[in-house]
Design a binder for this molecule. Structure first.
Ligand SMILES: C[S@@+](CC[C@H](N)C(=O)[O-])C[C@H]1O[C@@H](n2cnc3c(N)ncnc32)[C@H](O)[C@@H]1O
Length: 251
């Protein structure tokens, strides 16, 4: 790439409101809100995806789709609806499209709501990524039925959790902006509920691979405090019962 092409790439990248921090090459790294350096480790994405088909549901800028391709996946389909339609505060699908072009990627895309996923619509995939989406949905159990219907092998699910000290399956309901001041968050299941729901929709083996660890919760509370100090306005302190987990489930 010539210097002027790199400058143009940088300029185009700066026009996008990124969710993911993505290395587009040539020294251009996008400034996404999602900068957790341990995110790949937390997801437990298999190191080698050679020959596998991968579906990334709620892909947004496509960080995990491009990573799956980098790890050898034979086919990757990225899907989303809400953020690609620019219904939030972002710049729609421009980030995904620019990243795919810059990376010379062959990741496919389809705008489709989770609730419309079915084998007839998209087929089934060896590995399905359902990361950071469950708690945004009004009907999580129904959504998991849709997700199960397109999972041929492994589902990797990552989600916000709440009421985490309880052992009985339970979910916190956020009718307003109770969770991180974001009206698009509806439900915070506890880890027991995530596992139970996955079993209820037909997954035979379910493992929590990244629990709601104290280290993660401490990091999150630290970030909130730093944000509050920086912006000079108080934010609710992170609730000790909230956090995030990753679960692997097999059909
Ligand atoms: C927090 S972001 C997670 C992005 C990415 N999967 C990750 O983990 O970094 C949630 C994504 O879910 C998508 N989403 C929310 N509701 C959806 C729905 N009903 N159908 C499809 N995607 C949805 C949003 O548009 C957004 O891109």
């Amino acid at each position: 790439m010539s210097e002027s092409e790199v400058r143009q790439l940088r300029r185009r990248a700066e026009e996008v409101r990124w969710f993911h921090s993505l290395d587009l090459g040539h020294g251009v790294v996008t400034r996404g809100q999602d900068r957790d350096p341990r995110r790949l480790e937390r997801m437990g994405l298999p190191g080698d995806l050679s020959g596998k088909t991968v579906l990334d549901i709620g892909a947004w800028d496509g960080f995990y789709s491009f990573e799956a391709e980098r790890r050898g996946a034979q086919r990757v389909l990225a899907t989303d609806s809400f953020s690609w339609q620019a219904r939030g505060e972002g710049t729609g699908k421009r980030g995904f499209d620019l990243a795919r072009e810059a990376l010379g990627s062959g990741v496919e895309d389809r705008e489709i709501d989770v609730m419309d996923l079915s084998e007839d619509e998209v087929g089934t995939f060896d590995v399905v990524l359902f990361l950071g989406v469950l708690y945004h949905l009004r009907h999580p159990l129904l959504a998991l039925e849709r997700v199960a219907s397109v999972t041929g092998g492994l589902l990797i699910l990552e989600t916000e959790v709440d009421l985490a000290l309880g052992r009985r399956p339970a979910m916190a309901f956020y009718p307003g902006e109770e969770l991180r001041e974001d009206w698009t968050n509806w439900w915070g299941p506890n880890p027991a509920a995530v596992v139970a729901m996955l079993r209820a929709v037909g997954f035979s083996r379910v493992e929590v691979v990244s629990p709601n660890s104290l280290a993660y919760r401490a990091m999150r509370a630290g970030k909130r405090l730093a944000g509050a100090l920086r912006e000079r306005h108080p934010q609710p302190v992170a609730n000790a019962q909230q956090g995030r987990i990753t679960v692997h489930a097999w059909r």
